[in-house]
Design a binder for this molecule. Sequence first.
Ligand SMILES: *[C@@H]1O[C@H](CO)[C@@H](O)[C@H](O)[C@H]1NC(C)=O
Ligand SMILES: *[C@@H]1O[C@H](CO)[C@@H](O)[C@H](O)[C@H]1NC(C)=O
Ligand SMILES: *[C@@H]1O[C@H](CO)[C@@H](O)[C@H](O)[C@H]1NC(C)=O
Ligand SMILES: *[C@@H]1O[C@H](CO)[C@@H](O)[C@H](O)[C@H]1NC(C)=O
Ligand SMILES: *[C@@H]1O[C@H](CO)[C@@H](O)[C@H](O)[C@H]1NC(C)=O
Length: 464
Amino acid sequence: MKRAFSLVLLLVIWLFVFSALSIDARKYHTKKTKMHKNKKHKNNPAPAPAPLPDSSVFSILSFGAKANGVSDDSKLIIIVLLLTKQALVSAWKSACKVIGGVVEIPSEFKFLIKPVTLQGPCMPNLVLQIDGTLLAPPKIGSWAKSNLYQWMNFKWLQNFTIQGTGTVDGQGSNWWCSSQVNKKKRAKKLPGIKPTALRFYSSYNVTVRDISIVNSPLCHLKFDNSKGVKVENVTISAPEDSPNTDGIHLQNSQDVEIMHSDIGTGDDCVSIQTGCSNIHVHHINCGPGHGISLGGLGKDKSTACVSNILVENIVMQNTLYGARIKTWQGGIGSVKNVTFSNIQVSDVKVPITIDQYYCDKNQCKNQTGAVAISGVKFDQIIGTYLVQPIHLACSSSVPCTDVDLISIQLEPSINNKHGFQQGLCWNSYGKSLGPLAPASMDYCVRSGSEFVKRISKSHDISCL
Ligand SMILES: *[C@@H]1O[C@H](CO)[C@@H](O)[C@H](O)[C@H]1NC(C)=O
Ligand SMILES: *[C@@H]1O[C@H](CO)[C@@H](O)[C@H](O)[C@H]1NC(C)=O
Ligand SMILES: *[C@@H]1O[C@H](CO)[C@@H](O)[C@H](O)[C@H]1NC(C)=O
Ligand SMILES: *[C@@H]1O[C@H](CO)[C@@H](O)[C@H](O)[C@H]1NC(C)=O
Ligand SMILES: *[C@@H]1O[C@H](CO)[C@@H](O)[C@H](O)[C@H]1NC(C)=O
Protein backbone atom coordinates (compact mmCIF):
# COMPACT_ATOMS: atom_id res chain seq x y z
CA MET A 1 0.00 0.00 0.00
CA LYS A 2 2.71 2.35 1.07
CA ARG A 3 4.76 1.25 -1.93
CA ALA A 4 1.91 1.92 -4.30
CA PHE A 5 1.42 5.34 -2.82
CA SER A 6 5.06 6.25 -3.24
CA LEU A 7 4.97 5.11 -6.84
CA VAL A 8 2.00 7.32 -7.58
CA LEU A 9 3.77 10.18 -5.87
CA LEU A 10 6.81 9.50 -8.01
CA LEU A 11 4.71 9.54 -11.14
CA VAL A 12 3.25 12.89 -10.20
CA ILE A 13 6.70 14.30 -9.56
CA TRP A 14 7.99 12.95 -12.86
CA LEU A 15 5.12 14.40 -14.79
CA PHE A 16 5.58 17.74 -13.07
CA VAL A 17 9.30 17.85 -13.79
CA PHE A 18 8.72 16.73 -17.34
CA SER A 19 6.13 19.32 -18.20
CA ALA A 20 8.15 22.08 -16.55
CA LEU A 21 11.21 21.04 -18.50
CA SER A 22 9.51 20.76 -21.84
CA ILE A 23 7.72 24.08 -21.50
CA ASP A 24 11.02 25.71 -20.63
CA ALA A 25 12.75 24.07 -23.54
CA ARG A 26 10.03 25.10 -25.94
CA LYS A 27 10.14 28.72 -24.81
CA TYR A 28 13.88 28.73 -25.11
CA HIS A 29 13.85 27.30 -28.58
CA THR A 30 11.07 29.51 -29.86
CA LYS A 31 12.98 32.58 -28.77
CA LYS A 32 16.22 31.48 -30.34
CA THR A 33 14.51 30.32 -33.49
CA LYS A 34 13.04 33.72 -34.10
CA MET A 35 16.50 35.23 -33.93
CA HIS A 36 17.88 32.81 -36.51
CA LYS A 37 14.84 32.42 -38.64
CA ASN A 38 16.61 32.87 -41.94
CA LYS A 39 19.45 30.50 -41.20
CA LYS A 40 18.80 27.48 -43.38
CA HIS A 41 20.35 24.19 -42.49
CA LYS A 42 21.72 22.40 -45.51
CA ASN A 43 20.29 18.96 -46.11
CA ASN A 44 22.66 16.45 -47.70
CA PRO A 45 25.71 16.91 -45.47
CA ALA A 46 29.25 16.00 -46.49
CA PRO A 47 30.74 12.83 -44.92
CA ALA A 48 31.98 14.84 -41.94
CA PRO A 49 28.81 16.60 -40.78
CA ALA A 50 29.11 20.34 -40.45
CA PRO A 51 28.37 21.73 -36.99
CA LEU A 52 24.66 22.33 -36.69
CA PRO A 53 23.27 25.69 -35.75
CA ASP A 54 21.89 25.06 -32.26
CA SER A 55 18.84 27.21 -32.88
CA SER A 56 17.34 24.34 -34.78
CA VAL A 57 18.60 21.42 -32.68
CA PHE A 58 16.14 19.84 -30.31
CA SER A 59 17.71 17.16 -28.14
CA ILE A 60 15.20 14.82 -26.59
CA LEU A 61 17.14 15.17 -23.35
CA SER A 62 15.95 18.76 -23.07
CA PHE A 63 12.38 17.58 -23.45
CA GLY A 64 12.38 15.46 -20.34
CA ALA A 65 13.68 12.18 -21.73
CA LYS A 66 15.73 10.16 -19.32
CA ALA A 67 18.22 7.82 -20.86
CA ASN A 68 18.78 4.46 -19.26
CA GLY A 69 21.28 1.82 -20.21
CA VAL A 70 19.45 -1.36 -19.35
CA SER A 71 15.79 -2.03 -19.56
CA ASP A 72 14.16 -3.12 -16.38
CA ASP A 73 10.78 -4.39 -15.34
CA SER A 74 10.31 -2.12 -12.37
CA LYS A 75 7.45 0.37 -12.41
CA LEU A 76 9.87 3.24 -12.15
CA ILE A 77 11.40 2.42 -15.51
CA ILE A 78 7.99 2.13 -17.12
CA ILE A 79 7.24 5.67 -16.05
CA VAL A 80 10.49 6.81 -17.58
CA LEU A 81 9.58 5.10 -20.85
CA LEU A 82 6.37 6.99 -21.07
CA LEU A 83 8.23 10.22 -20.67
CA THR A 84 10.77 9.24 -23.31
CA LYS A 85 8.11 8.79 -25.95
CA GLN A 86 6.50 12.08 -25.02
CA ALA A 87 9.89 13.78 -25.06
CA LEU A 88 10.51 12.48 -28.57
CA VAL A 89 7.12 13.69 -29.77
CA SER A 90 7.64 17.10 -28.14
CA ALA A 91 11.11 17.50 -29.64
CA TRP A 92 9.68 16.44 -33.00
CA LYS A 93 6.86 18.96 -32.85
CA SER A 94 9.28 21.77 -32.07
CA ALA A 95 11.79 20.82 -34.76
CA CYS A 96 8.97 20.37 -37.26
CA LYS A 97 8.16 24.07 -37.04
CA VAL A 98 11.55 25.41 -38.09
CA ILE A 99 13.39 25.16 -41.41
CA GLY A 100 16.12 22.54 -41.12
CA GLY A 101 15.04 21.49 -37.65
CA VAL A 102 17.02 18.67 -36.05
CA VAL A 103 15.67 16.19 -33.52
CA GLU A 104 18.69 14.87 -31.73
CA ILE A 105 19.10 11.47 -30.12
CA PRO A 106 22.44 12.04 -28.40
CA SER A 107 25.21 9.47 -28.54
CA GLU A 108 26.12 7.32 -25.53
CA PHE A 109 22.51 7.17 -24.42
CA LYS A 110 19.90 4.50 -24.85
CA PHE A 111 16.23 5.36 -24.98
CA LEU A 112 13.35 2.95 -24.74
CA ILE A 113 10.60 4.23 -26.99
CA LYS A 114 7.04 2.96 -27.11
CA PRO A 115 5.40 2.72 -30.55
CA VAL A 116 5.18 6.23 -31.92
CA THR A 117 3.97 8.15 -34.97
CA LEU A 118 6.08 11.09 -36.08
CA GLN A 119 4.26 12.95 -38.78
CA GLY A 120 4.34 15.94 -41.04
CA PRO A 121 3.74 18.14 -42.73
CA CYS A 122 6.85 19.85 -41.40
CA MET A 123 9.08 22.69 -42.54
CA PRO A 124 11.59 21.55 -45.19
CA ASN A 125 14.75 19.62 -44.44
CA LEU A 126 13.85 18.20 -41.06
CA VAL A 127 16.47 15.77 -39.70
CA LEU A 128 16.20 13.01 -37.14
CA GLN A 129 19.79 12.70 -35.95
CA ILE A 130 20.21 9.31 -34.28
CA ASP A 131 23.62 9.10 -32.64
CA GLY A 132 22.50 7.15 -29.57
CA THR A 133 20.40 4.00 -29.40
CA LEU A 134 16.65 3.68 -29.68
CA LEU A 135 15.21 0.52 -28.14
CA ALA A 136 11.78 -0.96 -28.84
CA PRO A 137 9.85 -2.44 -25.91
CA PRO A 138 11.17 -6.00 -25.63
CA LYS A 139 8.08 -7.44 -23.93
CA ILE A 140 5.29 -8.37 -26.32
CA GLY A 141 2.70 -7.79 -23.59
CA SER A 142 3.59 -4.12 -23.38
CA TRP A 143 2.56 -3.46 -27.01
CA ALA A 144 -0.99 -2.17 -27.37
CA LYS A 145 -3.09 -4.14 -29.90
CA SER A 146 -3.67 -1.01 -31.95
CA ASN A 147 0.07 -0.40 -32.31
CA LEU A 148 1.19 -3.71 -33.70
CA TYR A 149 1.76 -2.61 -37.30
CA GLN A 150 4.97 -0.74 -36.67
CA TRP A 151 7.18 0.61 -33.95
CA MET A 152 8.14 3.98 -35.46
CA ASN A 153 5.77 5.37 -38.04
CA PHE A 154 6.92 8.29 -40.19
CA LYS A 155 4.17 9.78 -42.30
CA TRP A 156 3.34 12.69 -44.55
CA LEU A 157 6.91 13.94 -44.67
CA GLN A 158 8.77 15.80 -47.40
CA ASN A 159 12.50 16.40 -47.65
CA PHE A 160 13.16 14.55 -44.41
CA THR A 161 16.35 12.74 -43.39
CA ILE A 162 17.21 10.17 -40.76
CA GLN A 163 20.96 9.99 -40.19
CA GLY A 164 23.62 9.45 -37.56
CA THR A 165 26.03 6.92 -36.17
CA GLY A 166 23.47 5.39 -33.82
CA THR A 167 21.39 2.24 -33.72
CA VAL A 168 17.73 1.48 -33.92
CA ASP A 169 17.15 -1.80 -32.09
CA GLY A 170 13.82 -3.58 -32.50
CA GLN A 171 14.67 -6.06 -29.71
CA GLY A 172 12.65 -8.62 -31.64
CA SER A 173 13.81 -11.92 -30.16
CA ASN A 174 10.58 -12.50 -28.23
CA TRP A 175 8.65 -12.23 -31.48
CA TRP A 176 10.74 -14.80 -33.32
CA CYS A 177 10.36 -17.69 -30.91
CA SER A 178 7.59 -19.23 -33.03
CA SER A 179 10.34 -20.72 -35.15
CA GLN A 180 11.94 -22.54 -32.26
CA VAL A 181 10.98 -25.23 -29.77
CA ASN A 182 7.65 -24.91 -27.98
CA LYS A 183 6.53 -23.71 -31.36
CA LYS A 184 2.79 -24.30 -31.04
CA LYS A 185 2.48 -23.26 -27.44
CA ARG A 186 4.24 -19.98 -28.00
CA ALA A 187 2.77 -19.23 -31.41
CA LYS A 188 -0.65 -19.24 -29.76
CA LYS A 189 0.38 -16.49 -27.42
CA LEU A 190 1.87 -14.32 -30.16
CA PRO A 191 -0.35 -11.65 -31.71
CA GLY A 192 -1.25 -12.27 -35.37
CA ILE A 193 0.53 -9.08 -36.40
CA LYS A 194 4.17 -8.31 -35.76
CA PRO A 195 5.56 -4.80 -35.93
CA THR A 196 7.87 -3.43 -38.61
CA ALA A 197 10.66 -1.37 -37.01
CA LEU A 198 10.72 1.79 -39.15
CA ARG A 199 7.95 2.53 -41.60
CA PHE A 200 7.52 5.49 -43.94
CA TYR A 201 4.07 6.20 -45.25
CA SER A 202 3.06 8.64 -47.96
CA SER A 203 6.34 10.56 -47.91
CA TYR A 204 8.40 12.33 -50.57
CA ASN A 205 12.13 12.89 -50.91
CA VAL A 206 13.15 11.10 -47.75
CA THR A 207 16.63 9.82 -46.94
CA VAL A 208 17.82 7.24 -44.44
CA ARG A 209 21.59 7.11 -44.06
CA ASP A 210 24.46 5.88 -41.90
CA ILE A 211 22.42 4.35 -39.06
CA SER A 212 22.21 0.69 -38.03
CA ILE A 213 18.85 -1.03 -37.77
CA VAL A 214 18.91 -4.35 -35.95
CA ASN A 215 16.70 -7.17 -34.69
CA SER A 216 13.31 -6.02 -35.83
CA PRO A 217 10.32 -8.19 -34.86
CA LEU A 218 9.39 -8.18 -38.58
CA CYS A 219 10.62 -6.03 -41.47
CA HIS A 220 13.36 -3.51 -40.61
CA LEU A 221 12.73 -0.56 -42.93
CA LYS A 222 9.58 -0.20 -44.98
CA PHE A 223 8.42 2.39 -47.49
CA ASP A 224 4.75 2.52 -48.40
CA ASN A 225 3.13 4.88 -50.93
CA SER A 226 6.28 6.98 -51.11
CA LYS A 227 8.24 8.68 -53.87
CA GLY A 228 11.83 9.86 -53.98
CA VAL A 229 13.49 7.57 -51.43
CA LYS A 230 17.20 7.26 -50.76
CA VAL A 231 18.79 4.71 -48.45
CA GLU A 232 22.55 4.94 -48.13
CA ASN A 233 25.34 3.50 -45.99
CA VAL A 234 23.04 1.71 -43.57
CA THR A 235 23.66 -1.56 -41.75
CA ILE A 236 20.73 -3.87 -41.20
CA SER A 237 21.12 -7.09 -39.27
CA ALA A 238 19.11 -9.82 -37.61
CA PRO A 239 19.80 -13.53 -37.08
CA GLU A 240 19.59 -15.87 -40.06
CA ASP A 241 16.78 -17.83 -38.40
CA SER A 242 14.59 -14.86 -37.46
CA PRO A 243 11.39 -15.27 -39.52
CA ASN A 244 10.12 -12.60 -41.95
CA THR A 245 12.72 -10.03 -40.98
CA ASP A 246 13.09 -8.38 -44.42
CA GLY A 247 15.84 -5.78 -44.56
CA ILE A 248 14.16 -3.17 -46.77
CA HIS A 249 10.61 -3.60 -48.00
CA LEU A 250 9.17 -1.43 -50.78
CA GLN A 251 5.52 -1.16 -51.65
CA ASN A 252 3.70 1.25 -53.97
CA SER A 253 6.83 3.37 -54.10
CA GLN A 254 8.67 5.00 -56.98
CA ASP A 255 12.04 6.61 -57.61
CA VAL A 256 13.97 4.72 -55.00
CA GLU A 257 17.74 4.36 -54.67
CA ILE A 258 19.24 1.93 -52.17
CA MET A 259 23.01 1.83 -52.09
CA HIS A 260 26.28 1.17 -50.27
CA SER A 261 24.75 -0.82 -47.47
CA ASP A 262 25.21 -4.11 -45.60
CA ILE A 263 22.09 -6.18 -45.09
CA GLY A 264 21.90 -9.60 -43.42
CA THR A 265 18.66 -10.92 -41.94
CA GLY A 266 16.33 -13.92 -41.84
CA ASP A 267 14.43 -12.95 -45.00
CA ASP A 268 14.89 -10.84 -48.15
CA CYS A 269 17.68 -8.27 -48.06
CA VAL A 270 15.51 -6.09 -50.28
CA SER A 271 11.92 -6.96 -51.12
CA ILE A 272 10.14 -5.15 -53.96
CA GLN A 273 6.35 -5.44 -53.95
CA THR A 274 3.46 -4.32 -56.10
CA GLY A 275 3.19 -0.71 -57.26
CA CYS A 276 6.95 -0.19 -57.39
CA SER A 277 8.77 1.32 -60.34
CA ASN A 278 12.05 3.04 -61.03
CA ILE A 279 13.95 1.26 -58.28
CA HIS A 280 17.75 1.23 -58.30
CA VAL A 281 19.52 -1.06 -55.84
CA HIS A 282 23.32 -1.11 -56.00
CA HIS A 283 26.50 -1.83 -54.05
CA ILE A 284 24.86 -3.96 -51.40
CA ASN A 285 26.40 -6.77 -49.37
CA CYS A 286 23.56 -9.21 -48.81
CA GLY A 287 23.64 -12.21 -46.50
CA PRO A 288 22.56 -14.14 -44.64
CA GLY A 289 19.01 -13.94 -45.94
CA HIS A 290 16.88 -14.77 -48.96
CA GLY A 291 18.55 -12.50 -51.50
CA ILE A 292 16.93 -9.65 -53.43
CA SER A 293 13.36 -10.43 -54.44
CA LEU A 294 10.47 -9.08 -56.44
CA GLY A 295 7.26 -10.38 -54.89
CA GLY A 296 5.46 -12.57 -53.96
CA LEU A 297 3.10 -10.89 -56.36
CA GLY A 298 -0.50 -11.62 -57.26
CA LYS A 299 -1.62 -13.40 -54.10
CA ASP A 300 -5.35 -14.24 -53.97
CA LYS A 301 -5.78 -13.27 -57.62
CA SER A 302 -4.71 -9.70 -56.92
CA THR A 303 -3.26 -7.30 -59.49
CA ALA A 304 0.46 -6.60 -59.34
CA CYS A 305 2.41 -4.04 -61.37
CA VAL A 306 6.18 -3.74 -61.08
CA SER A 307 8.47 -2.10 -63.64
CA ASN A 308 11.87 -0.53 -64.30
CA ILE A 309 13.94 -2.24 -61.66
CA LEU A 310 17.75 -2.22 -61.75
CA VAL A 311 19.72 -4.29 -59.25
CA GLU A 312 23.48 -4.15 -59.81
CA ASN A 313 26.86 -4.58 -58.17
CA ILE A 314 25.71 -6.84 -55.39
CA VAL A 315 27.69 -9.32 -53.31
CA MET A 316 25.67 -12.19 -51.86
CA GLN A 317 27.00 -14.69 -49.41
CA ASN A 318 25.19 -17.66 -47.90
CA THR A 319 21.76 -16.65 -49.07
CA LEU A 320 18.87 -18.94 -49.95
CA TYR A 321 18.25 -17.19 -53.26
CA GLY A 322 20.11 -14.56 -55.26
CA ALA A 323 18.18 -12.66 -57.91
CA ARG A 324 14.55 -13.72 -57.60
CA ILE A 325 11.08 -12.99 -58.96
CA LYS A 326 8.21 -14.84 -57.30
CA THR A 327 4.51 -14.73 -58.11
CA TRP A 328 1.47 -16.66 -56.92
CA GLN A 329 -0.65 -18.64 -59.34
CA GLY A 330 -3.80 -16.85 -60.48
CA GLY A 331 -2.54 -13.26 -60.19
CA ILE A 332 -3.08 -10.44 -62.69
CA GLY A 333 -0.79 -7.68 -63.96
CA SER A 334 2.83 -7.58 -65.02
CA VAL A 335 6.50 -7.42 -64.14
CA LYS A 336 8.43 -5.51 -66.81
CA ASN A 337 11.96 -4.28 -67.46
CA VAL A 338 13.97 -5.83 -64.64
CA THR A 339 17.76 -6.12 -64.72
CA PHE A 340 19.97 -8.00 -62.31
CA SER A 341 23.55 -7.14 -63.24
CA ASN A 342 26.94 -8.02 -61.74
CA ILE A 343 25.71 -10.16 -58.88
CA GLN A 344 28.55 -12.05 -57.20
CA VAL A 345 27.31 -15.07 -55.33
CA SER A 346 29.06 -17.44 -52.99
CA ASP A 347 27.38 -20.46 -51.43
CA VAL A 348 23.99 -19.26 -52.60
CA LYS A 349 21.47 -22.08 -52.81
CA VAL A 350 19.73 -20.95 -56.02
CA PRO A 351 21.30 -17.82 -57.57
CA ILE A 352 18.77 -17.22 -60.41
CA THR A 353 15.05 -17.72 -59.83
CA ILE A 354 11.73 -17.01 -61.45
CA ASP A 355 9.03 -18.87 -59.56
CA GLN A 356 5.45 -18.41 -60.74
CA TYR A 357 4.24 -21.18 -58.44
CA TYR A 358 5.13 -19.43 -55.23
CA CYS A 359 3.34 -20.92 -52.28
CA ASP A 360 4.00 -20.53 -48.58
CA LYS A 361 2.51 -23.85 -47.58
CA ASN A 362 3.07 -27.42 -48.78
CA GLN A 363 0.68 -27.11 -51.67
CA CYS A 364 -1.41 -24.34 -53.17
CA LYS A 365 -4.38 -24.75 -55.49
CA ASN A 366 -3.50 -24.89 -59.20
CA GLN A 367 -4.84 -21.82 -60.99
CA THR A 368 -4.69 -20.58 -64.54
CA GLY A 369 -3.57 -17.01 -65.12
CA ALA A 370 -0.47 -15.34 -63.76
CA VAL A 371 1.31 -12.04 -63.42
CA ALA A 372 2.98 -11.69 -66.85
CA ILE A 373 6.77 -11.46 -66.71
CA SER A 374 8.68 -9.83 -69.56
CA GLY A 375 11.97 -8.07 -70.18
CA VAL A 376 14.14 -9.61 -67.48
CA LYS A 377 17.92 -9.59 -67.81
CA PHE A 378 20.19 -11.77 -65.71
CA ASP A 379 23.58 -10.32 -66.58
CA GLN A 380 26.91 -11.39 -65.05
CA ILE A 381 25.67 -13.59 -62.26
CA ILE A 382 28.96 -15.04 -61.12
CA GLY A 383 30.14 -17.39 -58.37
CA THR A 384 29.14 -20.56 -56.57
CA TYR A 385 25.81 -22.20 -55.78
CA LEU A 386 24.78 -24.84 -53.28
CA VAL A 387 21.72 -26.53 -54.80
CA GLN A 388 20.79 -25.42 -58.30
CA PRO A 389 22.27 -22.75 -60.61
CA ILE A 390 19.00 -21.60 -62.12
CA HIS A 391 15.29 -22.17 -61.58
CA LEU A 392 12.96 -20.62 -64.13
CA ALA A 393 9.46 -21.93 -63.46
CA CYS A 394 7.18 -19.74 -65.53
CA SER A 395 3.44 -20.11 -65.60
CA SER A 396 2.12 -22.80 -67.94
CA SER A 397 -0.63 -20.46 -69.14
CA VAL A 398 1.41 -17.22 -69.38
CA PRO A 399 4.98 -17.67 -70.66
CA CYS A 400 7.82 -15.43 -69.51
CA THR A 401 9.11 -13.43 -72.49
CA ASP A 402 12.37 -11.62 -73.22
CA VAL A 403 14.17 -13.30 -70.37
CA ASP A 404 17.84 -12.89 -71.29
CA LEU A 405 20.75 -14.78 -69.78
CA ILE A 406 24.01 -12.91 -70.32
CA SER A 407 27.51 -13.99 -69.22
CA ILE A 408 26.46 -16.31 -66.41
CA GLN A 409 29.33 -18.10 -64.66
CA LEU A 410 28.10 -20.42 -61.93
CA GLU A 411 29.79 -23.45 -60.50
CA PRO A 412 28.86 -25.77 -57.67
CA SER A 413 30.34 -24.73 -54.35
CA ILE A 414 32.78 -27.05 -52.61
CA ASN A 415 30.14 -27.13 -49.88
CA ASN A 416 27.56 -28.43 -52.37
CA LYS A 417 26.50 -31.72 -50.79
CA HIS A 418 23.90 -32.52 -53.42
CA GLY A 419 26.40 -32.90 -56.22
CA PHE A 420 25.92 -31.11 -59.49
CA GLN A 421 22.30 -30.29 -60.25
CA GLN A 422 20.74 -29.33 -63.51
CA GLY A 423 18.81 -26.14 -63.65
CA LEU A 424 15.05 -26.16 -64.06
CA CYS A 425 13.59 -24.26 -66.97
CA TRP A 426 9.92 -24.10 -67.86
CA ASN A 427 8.07 -21.94 -70.39
CA SER A 428 10.63 -19.12 -70.53
CA TYR A 429 11.58 -17.38 -73.77
CA GLY A 430 14.44 -15.04 -74.54
CA LYS A 431 18.08 -14.90 -75.56
CA SER A 432 21.26 -16.26 -74.14
CA LEU A 433 24.40 -14.26 -74.80
CA GLY A 434 28.07 -14.60 -74.02
CA PRO A 435 29.59 -17.55 -72.26
CA LEU A 436 27.17 -19.42 -70.02
CA ALA A 437 28.29 -21.87 -67.35
CA PRO A 438 26.94 -24.40 -66.80
CA ALA A 439 26.50 -24.67 -70.57
CA SER A 440 23.19 -26.51 -70.15
CA MET A 441 21.70 -23.13 -69.35
CA ASP A 442 21.87 -22.33 -73.03
CA TYR A 443 18.67 -24.29 -73.47
CA CYS A 444 16.94 -22.57 -70.59
CA VAL A 445 15.45 -19.77 -72.63
CA ARG A 446 13.90 -20.56 -75.97
CA SER A 447 13.68 -18.01 -78.75
CA GLY A 448 10.24 -16.52 -78.49
CA SER A 449 7.77 -16.19 -81.33
CA GLU A 450 5.36 -13.30 -81.83
CA PHE A 451 2.63 -15.69 -80.76
CA VAL A 452 4.24 -16.19 -77.38
CA LYS A 453 4.66 -12.44 -76.91
CA ARG A 454 1.00 -11.89 -77.73
CA ILE A 455 -0.11 -14.28 -75.02
CA SER A 456 2.10 -12.49 -72.53
CA LYS A 457 0.89 -9.04 -73.63
CA SER A 458 -2.75 -10.02 -73.39
CA HIS A 459 -2.26 -10.48 -69.65
CA ASP A 460 -0.70 -7.07 -69.19
CA ILE A 461 -3.74 -4.83 -69.67
CA SER A 462 -4.38 -4.21 -66.00
CA CYS A 463 -1.14 -2.21 -65.58
CA LEU A 464 -1.51 0.20 -68.49
C1 LIG B 1 12.60 19.57 -51.28
O1 LIG B 1 13.95 19.71 -51.72
C2 LIG B 1 14.06 19.89 -53.12
C3 LIG B 1 15.53 19.88 -53.48
O2 LIG B 1 16.33 20.39 -52.48
C4 LIG B 1 13.39 21.20 -53.50
O3 LIG B 1 13.46 21.36 -54.90
C5 LIG B 1 11.93 21.15 -53.08
O4 LIG B 1 11.31 22.38 -53.34
C6 LIG B 1 11.80 20.83 -51.60
N1 LIG B 1 10.39 20.63 -51.30
C7 LIG B 1 9.87 21.07 -50.17
C8 LIG B 1 8.40 20.84 -49.99
O5 LIG B 1 10.51 21.64 -49.32
C1 LIG C 1 11.69 16.15 -54.49
O1 LIG C 1 12.98 16.51 -54.96
C2 LIG C 1 12.99 16.90 -56.31
C3 LIG C 1 14.40 17.11 -56.77
O2 LIG C 1 15.31 17.18 -55.73
C4 LIG C 1 12.14 18.15 -56.47
O3 LIG C 1 12.11 18.54 -57.82
C5 LIG C 1 10.73 17.87 -55.99
O4 LIG C 1 9.97 19.06 -56.00
C6 LIG C 1 10.73 17.33 -54.58
N1 LIG C 1 9.39 16.92 -54.23
C7 LIG C 1 8.80 17.28 -53.09
C8 LIG C 1 7.40 16.82 -52.91
O5 LIG C 1 9.37 17.93 -52.25
C1 LIG D 1 28.71 5.56 -43.01
O1 LIG D 1 28.15 5.57 -41.73
C2 LIG D 1 29.08 5.57 -40.66
C3 LIG D 1 28.30 5.55 -39.37
O2 LIG D 1 27.50 4.44 -39.26
C4 LIG D 1 29.96 6.78 -40.74
O3 LIG D 1 30.93 6.72 -39.73
C5 LIG D 1 30.63 6.85 -42.10
O4 LIG D 1 31.36 8.05 -42.21
C6 LIG D 1 29.58 6.80 -43.20
N1 LIG D 1 30.23 6.75 -44.49
C7 LIG D 1 29.93 7.60 -45.47
C8 LIG D 1 30.68 7.41 -46.74
O5 LIG D 1 29.09 8.48 -45.35
C1 LIG E 1 14.07 0.14 -67.80
O1 LIG E 1 14.45 0.41 -66.46
C2 LIG E 1 15.62 1.19 -66.36
C3 LIG E 1 16.03 1.24 -64.90
O2 LIG E 1 15.01 1.52 -64.03
C4 LIG E 1 15.37 2.56 -66.96
O3 LIG E 1 16.51 3.35 -66.87
C5 LIG E 1 14.96 2.39 -68.42
O4 LIG E 1 14.62 3.64 -68.97
C6 LIG E 1 13.78 1.44 -68.54
N1 LIG E 1 13.52 1.16 -69.94
C7 LIG E 1 12.31 1.33 -70.48
C8 LIG E 1 12.21 0.98 -71.92
O5 LIG E 1 11.36 1.77 -69.85
C1 LIG F 1 -1.09 -28.95 -60.04
O1 LIG F 1 -0.61 -29.32 -61.31
C2 LIG F 1 0.57 -30.11 -61.30
C3 LIG F 1 1.05 -30.31 -62.74
O2 LIG F 1 0.01 -30.56 -63.61
C4 LIG F 1 0.28 -31.43 -60.59
O3 LIG F 1 1.45 -32.22 -60.53
C5 LIG F 1 -0.17 -31.11 -59.16
O4 LIG F 1 -0.52 -32.29 -58.48
C6 LIG F 1 -1.36 -30.17 -59.17
N1 LIG F 1 -1.63 -29.73 -57.81
C7 LIG F 1 -2.85 -29.65 -57.27
C8 LIG F 1 -2.93 -29.18 -55.88
O5 LIG F 1 -3.85 -29.95 -57.91
